[in-house]
Design a binder for this molecule. Structure first.
Ligand SMILES: Nc1ncnc2c1ncn2[C@@H]1O[C@H](COP(=O)(O)OP(=O)(O)OP(=O)(O)O)[C@@H](O)[C@H]1O
Ligand SMILES: [Mg+2]
Length: 276
């Protein structure tokens, strides 16, 4: 979690300047995101809110290095004081189910660790730790088809967290979970991030979730997605997901964010009506 007092002095994790992405499909150009500039500090949790189709997943794929066909610049910060400005070691949780169906839950997590130089014992301990942490300790041997959608998504979350990445990219990771498990997972994510101090970009449609987890919230416009507003979240590092909801400031920010989003959601619905 970021400490707002020292924010200005902290090194940045990544710096986005004028990111723009145009898709070409059926001889038509679709501008997905436009003019996105944002500097993200090391250890900061940035949530991204925006209407459906505004380019959130597109942006995340660019940050993950999965899409290099864009304009603008992505500048990586210095890691641990080194002069190495290569991209940060990242892990991504995708919006849709991304488990490997032919591997059980434990092997799914171990697969995520295969790119790291961990000895077998450490990798096994990591897999156990993170599967327990997402509440799937008893399902290590289960295959994805034997798990519910929410459980599969938790396997994908465990796989990403187990790599203990410097940059964690999450695309609506808790959307498939029931609301009680979601609250438990939010508390767990807060606890893990306080420990690992990962930099996190977290896409969600849930305003309350953004307020619960983030240091800053980026609100995007209807497509082409631009940054409409950036809200700093005033809650400290030691957050309780339930107690937070009783805070007057939580309610005030929830309304303010909804007001920022409402026009964009309306515009998106109009765009979709025109296209149909
Ligand atoms: N591979 C592609 N080819 C063509 N157009 C695409 C492709 N991927 C995304 N788009 C378009 O880019 C726009 C942004 O899509 P994106 O998936 O980034 O939206 P999103 O904000 O993640 O939406 P949601 O909240 O529904 O997940 C949409 O208009 C979509 O149709
Ligand atoms: Mg998406």
């Amino acid at each position: 979690m970021a400490d707002t007092v020292t924010d200005a002095l902290r090194p940045f994790a990544l710096d986005l300047t004028n990111i723009r992405k145009v898709f070409f499909a059926r001889q038509q150009a679709v501008e997905a995101i436009s003019n996105v500039s944002l500097r993200i500090q090391e250890g900061e949790v940035v949530a991204v809110l925006g209407p459906s189709g505004c380019g959130k997943s597109t942006l995340l794929r660019i940050l993950a290095g999965l899409d290099t066909d864009f304009t603008g610049t992505l500048d990586w910060g210095h890691v641990d004081g080194s002069t190495d400005k290569e991209r940060l070691r990242s892990a991504t949780v995708f919006q849709s189910d991304s488990t490997f169906p032919w591997l059980d839950a434990r092997k799914n997590v171990l697969m995520g660790l295969s790119g790291l130089t961990l000895d077998r014992k450490t990798a096994a301990a990591r897999a156990d730790t993170y599967l327990n942490l997402v509440g799937l300790g008893a399902f290590q041997k289960s295959y994805p088809h034997e798990l519910s959608g929410g459980m599969r998504q938790r396997v994908a979350i465990a796989r990403a967290l187990a790599t203990e990445p410097l940059l964690l990219l999450m695309d609506e990771p808790l959307a498939a979970l029931d609301s009680q498990t979601r609250l438990v997972m939010q508390q767990e994510l807060l606890r893990i991030w306080a420990k690992t101090r990962s930099t996190v970009v977290y896409i969600t449609h849930d305003i309350g979730e953004a307020l619960t987890l983030a240091d800053r919230i980026v609100v995007m416009t209807a497509r082409p997605g631009r940054i409409k507003a950036i809200e700093t979240v005033p809650f400290g590092a030691d957050r309780n997901v339930i107690a937070l909801r009783g805070e007057p400031e939580f309610g005030r920010l929830e309304v303010a964010l909804w007001q920022l989003l409402a026009d964009e959601v309306g515009q998106t619905l109009q765009q979709q009506e025109l296209a149909s």
